[in-house]
Write a protein that binds this ligand. Sequence first.
Ligand SMILES: Cc1ncc(C[n+]2csc(CCOP(=O)(O)OP(=O)(O)O)c2C)c(N)n1
Ligand code: SF4
Length: 340
Amino acid sequence: MENILKLTKEDFISDQMVKWCPGCGDHAILTSLEKIMPQLGKKKEDILIISGIGCSSRSPYYINTYGFHGIHGRALPIASGAKIANPNLSVWVTTGDGDCLAIGGNHFIHTIRRNMDIKIVLFNNEIYGLTKGQYSPTTPLGKVTKTSPMGTIEEPFNPGELVIGAGGTFFARSMDMNLKTQEEILLAASQHRGTAVTEILQNCVIFNNGAHAYINDREHRADRLIHLQHGKPMIFGKEMNKGIRLSPNSYQLEVVNIGENDITVDDLLVHDIHQEDRGVHMMLARMKAPDFPVAVGVIRSVIRPIYSDLLIEQIVRAKNSSTITNADELMQSGNTWNVE
Ligand SMILES: Cc1ncc(C[n+]2csc(CCOP(=O)(O)OP(=O)(O)O)c2C)c(N)n1
Ligand code: SF4
């Protein structure tokens, strides 16, 4: 038998030619996934990667595990079925903002509500890449695209808000090129029992180049991103002199400068990923430029029973409380009638 402890990143590199555009953020996400796969402690045949349709959804070809390239927006029902049929599998879904939040939006919220034990990696380039630049549910309001020549007139979804609002047990966010944070987050997602959603802000160099540049350019990112870490005060900024606290007046988050108005590190919020109440996590997921830094890292990780455990328990209970022992007895039980 294969010694699972000896697997390395190279074991997960497939022989398929990667067809993403040079410079696409998907390459960095793929590298992160290949790197964390050996750390799942699973045999390759116990890892399943499922996708819908889109550039991002090509990932199952590029990772050497079992995989399934499904139809547009339908990765999550396929993944749910696989997990129920074989709860031992580590089931991953790679999906885009169009695939997951437009056509697949309904499956997304219900997968989260049920707390299916599935790891969802949401590549968010705020555009439809594969179909050449139509706007998606995360495209910012007013943005000119191929299908919004005068600017969109729709308020976009914030995926974090959607996840937490649907009762999500795990939400994390990262930037495609920040491999260290990304790997840390994907590993945390892999260890979470329940629906773990990781949103990765991904650059589509061809149809939405620079969509995340405002928060991620080298010069400004220290002031426009905050890396949240469990148990640590929420500090950020080039000089590490800014922080997030709950305003004593409005009970909303606010950015403060450490050292001004007698504010010290002790006044800042300390990040607690396990806080049951959704309030602060929701506010953290919603933070956006220019008033707030965008939060990366694990924002929420709480424990709730998972669907497949509850289902198995229920099947055992049903079997134990029934006098029916086989399919023939079942067919002959209850209301039966003859058609004459
Ligand atoms: C039922 C159906 N509707 C529409 C399409 C066309 N289609 C394929 S991929 C896609 C959007 C992909 O965008 P996204 O999920 O954001 O992924 P990206 O390509 O940006 O990674 C669309 C609309 C399809 N394949 N099937
Ligand atoms: S079209 Fe965009 S998302 Fe698709 S491979 Fe090219 S750069 Fe990446």
